[in-house]
Write a protein that binds this ligand. Structure first.
Ligand SMILES: N[C@@H](CCC(=O)N[C@@H](CS)C(=O)NCC(=O)O)C(=O)O
Length: 265
């Protein structure tokens, strides 16, 4: 019997990562949803758990765990029965490089999501609400980036850089996906869970053609195999509102040609 409470958000990439490993291991958890658009991550009670004002946070009977990549490593250490990592030390190192790649890429995933689509939700708020939303972000650089990408969208230099980094991320994945077809040894595991949310995010933003069967067959097959895992639907699809997917797709489709042009520039 586990005693796990996950503070998370349906579409959040870092939350998906943790839910995928909970799903793989068949671990039950109490779900506490944090609405990021409403700013619940800044609620003083939540900030006591996660001083970085972000999701996810996993609360166990003994401790409060933050940082999604460290949470999945914790889950592997605490619940090793269904393993999410290879035995071979070199393969473990390869897997961890992918976890690190995903962590490095994370900020760019956020920039493309906001710069292409979510900025429109923020722009729909009153100027006062918008300013308050931005000013509450604790990290000054993140605050500056958020303001710029809300104002400029894909005209922002940071968003354009993130679009190019997204393309490079998929290319690297296509080039380096091991023959086993997984990023975690011989089966789905921590490396795959860390990377896949960023790839599906691009798909939701109508950029799926950069990793379709023609352009990136290895990534395309890997993604398909992950989507067929028995726990994928409950860990990911069921947790992302259709309305949000529709919104990401709509704004992504409107800008797709421009985004692809930036990727190739
Ligand atoms: N390094 C952190 C990053 C967490 C993070 O940035 N979470 C995003 C969602 S994927 C978030 O809560 N964003 C809220 C905000 O930026 O206001 C982790 O891996 O847990």
């Amino acid at each position: 019997m586990t005693n796990l409470t996950l503070y998370h958000n349906g579409p959040s990439t870092c939350s998906q990562k943790v839910r995928l490993i909970l799903g793989l291991k068949g671990l039950e958890y109490e779900s506490k949803l944090i609405d990021l658009i409403q700013g619940e991550q800044h609620d003083p009670e939540y900030v006591k758990l996660n001083p970085n004002h972000v999701v996810p946070t996993l609360v166990t009977s003994d401790s409060v765990l933050i940082e999604s990549s460290l949470i999945i490593e914790y889950l592997e250490d605490a619940y090793p029965e269904i393993s999410a990592k290879p035995k071979d030390p070199e393969q473990i190192h390869q897997m961890r490089l992918w976890i690190k790649n995903a962590d490095t890429f994370h900020q760019f995933g956020g920039l493309i999501t906001y710069g292409i689509a979510v900025r429109n939700l923020i722009l729909a708020k009153s100027p006062e609400e918008r300013e308050a939303d931005i000013n509450i972000i604790p990290d000054p650089l993140k605050r500056k980036n958020r303001r710029e990408l809300v104002e400029k969208g894909i005209e922002s230099e940071a968003v354009q850089d993130a679009i190019k980094k997204s393309f490079a991320f998929v290319k690297k994945l296509e080039l380096e996906l091991p023959d086993s077809g997984w990023l975690s040894g011989s089966s789905f595991g921590l490396g795959d869970a860390a990377v896949v949310p960023y790839v599906t995010r691009m798909e939701h933003l109508a950029l799926g053609e950069i990793f379709d069967q023609n352009s990136s067959p290895k990534v395309s097959n890997w993604l398909q195999r992950i989507k067929e895992l028995p726990f994928y639907k409950s860990a990911v699809d069921d947790q992302i509102p259709e309305l949000l997917i529709g919104m990401l797709n709509k704004f992504g489709s409107e800008l797709k040609d421009d985004v692809i042009k930036i990727m190739n520039s």
